[in-house]
Design a protein around this ligand. Sequence first.
Ligand code: PLP
Length: 397
Amino acid sequence: MANQSGRHFLQIPGPTPVPERILSAMSRQMLDHRGPTFGEFGLKLLADVKTIFKTHNPVIIYPSSGTGAWEAGLVNTLSPGDQVLIVETGQFAVLWRNMAERIGLKPEVIPTDWHSGADANKVEARLKKDKSHDIKAVCVVHNETSTGARSWIDEIRKAMDAAHHPALLMVDAVSSLGAMDLRHDEWGIDVTVAGSQKGLMLPPGLSFTAVSQKALAASKKAKLQRSYWNWDDMIAINAAGTFPYTPAIGLLFGLAEAIAMLHEEGLENVFARHERLAEATRRAVRGWGLDTWCRDPRSHSPAVTAVAMPESHNADAYRKLVLENFNMSLGTGLNKLAGKAFRIGHLGYTNELTILGALAGVEMGLELAGVPHEKGGVTAAMAYLSETVRPATAKAA
Ligand SMILES: *Cc1c(COP(=O)(O)O)cnc(C)c1O
């Protein structure tokens, strides 16, 4: 390792860098998770977390990775043999599909080219054919972290309504929550699945399911086996601000701080910041004469950009070189993207100069690796960021 001084650039799309404020909020002594102090804290936290999901319904918090919340969403609402429709936007949709199959559901996939988000028209057409309403849930990944493509959940909702189909709408918001607008209630989402280590700027270890009244009603009849993930126990005990088993107390202290930080900046400002840093990143990619993996302009992710590596070069060898020379971690290509793409995470605790530092590392790495490219990507990103700078005094709305 040539250069280990200064800070490591963790530019993967999760886990993301944890702000000092959150680190210090978490370094507190433990307390009795069944005592009155914790109860008071828990009640406020469970109310406040709803503002991030934009919901008035319960948000259930688990000590688990995001994958656990996928399972919680499925086992609480569905029965063995139920059909679920999953839009295969990329690797995370594939993993969700595989899980559905393992736990005894019948997943059906709507394929995509892995270069764009979910096509609402295809969802609508498939649901219209399902006259007997055998499909019990539609699953869509809001931000497909593997390809850098977003899906428009409001359009999926409209498609389901246009087909007059009663399936539940389940949304994987693991890498979108806190980075992109998500409106659980307004968009008629039945289960939103999320995790702590991406847009929420926390370490890994917490996951979430936001539910709807319709999802809760479905859970009364759902017959898949569940115990740890059971919503009933959680919701009953959450009423006192406490949990049925030992919660991840340290991470919950961090979550309270993360929510405060998001509101201090203002959610709309947080989303605008992500859009802007993503646009700067794409301008850099174009400046290098390279292509983003996502080819549909409407689907570009505000949280992560996957960059297609010219065929002559291996993306993982390139990533290794960047790590060894510039102390920066870039995201690896998953599944179909293995060796063919690298990913630049620009979500969470990030600003203009951190993204520019990351882009400089990418550009120097391209040179060092002998990847055919043009100069000037970083310059293009700088030009965009200075054109669109907002006065430092602009206050959060
Ligand atoms: C990271 C991620 C997951 C998996 O979360 P884990 O915390 O690793 O279990 C699922 N879906 C998406 C879209 C992700 O980005």
